[in-house]
Design a protein. Structure first.
Length: 190
């Protein structure tokens, strides 16, 4: 059993922002694999389905980014899902738009959603990092940047990345993050 968490902020004003690529990606996964409709639970919305024959829950925390861990820990505890079977999909400013990387564990890299999850369950969960590019400035400018939308070219690149995750997530579930990361590397070199 797996828990896939897409990070983002609830509400129309955040819908297509850089910080919400996790929500966008899990919505695509739910559609790709015919998941049941999302239901309100665990301070978020959750959907159930199967990927590669494995039972999977998809969670979108509605706690706002800084408290994402509160939702994740509730779902993980309820379904008794171990951290190594949790996959968190999130935006990453250290990667350019159109790039994607996966790893097990690591630091939060200044990402408040990851900090919250690290504090509630442990840092030892799978992460799919989706590049959103980097803000040129620091401080308040970073917040404005991650809460901004994508231009047409960047949106096209993002859509390709989301499609790649949707088509390949089964590799992570069946073969683990190392094999998945290798596959992503081969895809990005094409």
């Amino acid at each position: 059993m797996f828990l896939i968490v897409g990070l983002g902020n609830p509400g129309k004003e955040y819908e297509n922002t850089r910080h919400n690529v996790g929500f966008m990606t899990v919505d695509a996964l739910a559609g790709e694999y015919g998941f049941a409709p999302f239901k309100s639970k665990f301070d978020g919305v959750i959907a159930e389905g199967k990927i590669e024959g494995e039972k999977v829950y998809i969670l979108k925390p509605h706690t706002y980014m800084n408290l994402s861990g509160n939702s994740v820990v509730k779902a993980a505890n309820f379904y008794k899902i171990l951290p190594e079977n949790i996959i968190v999909i999130h935006d990453d400013m250290d990667l350019p738009v159109g790039k994607i990387k996966a790893k097990l564990g690591g630091g939060a890299g200044g990402h408040n959603g990851l900090k919250s999850i690290d504090a509630t369950i442990t840092p030892n969960y799978n992460r799919i990092r989706i590049g959103v590019g980097h803000a040129k400035e620091k401080g308040a400018e970073v917040i404005n940047y991650v809460l901004s939308g994508f231009g047409k070219e960047d949106k096209n690149k993002l859509n390709e990345v989301i499609e790649t995750v949707a088509k390949t997530i089964g590799i992570l579930i069946k073969k683990g993050v190392a094999e998945y990361s290798n596959q992503l590397g081969m895809i990005s070199r094409k």
